[in-house]
Design a protein around this ligand. Structure first.
Ligand code: CTP
Length: 234
């Protein structure tokens, strides 16, 4: 039987972010948003109160999910923080790590730049680390890691550096997994070790991930972070 998440508030981020260079160009990435949308849909089927903060994607909103559309990492940060407090935060978005320092209000013209164009990029805010440090903190903070190599080492590093409870790692750069694919292969890392979630359609992996989330929350305590009484007791 599917584990219920009734009464729990879950915030999920999904998709890429676009960082504008000028009014017609941006820096983006190949995230389709499918994994995050599948997680949001599965959480809603389990009767959670779901807020889905979505970067630019071409996907339909799952039933009974409140969707907030954003474009840039800065906008995603504002929307995610506005959705707190929550019981669970799942960061499935592929947030751009860098954005142009001075996006141009006017379209850049080749005639003005010559043969080379130097773009100065600055780090975007780390939304996942900020949510993990936020008070009241969600009971479970889950990040993703897309890696082409040394999956375990990088996943453990992100667990530590961002102070999150779980990192869900997937190998990218192989056919049948990762960005743009309907399928994926996921491994969950916590501070004690790793746990294979298997491979297959992202919809099935989303269910496996939420079963793990349910298990990690511990049984019997479905008190919501959005319940004012629960806050006082926290
Ligand atoms: N993340 C975030 N805010 C950012 C960047 C990433 O919230 N500015 C989140 C993503 O949603 C994901 C996790 O952090 O859950 C990914 O971690 P990160 O270290 O940023 O991975 P990469 O972008 O792959 O970075 P690196 O190149 O260092 O591996």
């Amino acid at each position: 039987m599917t584990a219920s998440l009734r009464g729990l508030r879950i915030v999920v981020s999904a998709g890429p972010t676009y960082e504008d260079i000028d009014p017609v160009r941006f820096l983006g990435n190949r995230s389709s948003g499918k994994m995050g949308f599948a997680i949001a849909a599965s959480a809603a089927r389990r009767e959670a109160d779901v807020v889905l903060v979505a970067g630019p994607v071409a996907l339909a909103t799952p039933d009974r999910v409140r969707r907030v559309d954003v474009r840039s990492a800065a906008q995603m940060r504002v929307a995610v923080l506005a959705a707190l407090p929550a019981d669970i935060y799942i960061a499935a978005a592929a947030v751009a790590d860098f954005a142009p320092r001075h996006p141009s209000a006017l379209k850049l013209k080749k005639s003005d730049t010559g043969d080379t164009l130097l773009l100065e990029l600055v780090r975007t805010p780390d939304i996942l680390a900020e949510v993990a440090a936020h008070l009241p903190r969600p009971r479970l903070v889950v990040g993703f890691a897309a890696e082409t190599h040394e999956l375990g080492r990088y996943a453990q590093g992100k667990l530590r550096d961002k102070k999150v409870d779980l990192i869900i790692a997937n190998q990218v750069g192989m056919p049948g997994s990762g960005f743009e694919s309907d399928d994926n292969m996921l491994t969950a890392f916590d501070h004690h070790g790793s746990h294979a979630l298997g491979s297959g359609p992202k919809t099935e992996l989303a269910d496996a991930l939420l079963d793990l989330v349910h298990e990690r929350l511990g049984d019997g305590d479905a008190t919501s972070a959005t319940d004012p009484l629960a806050h006082r007791q926290r």
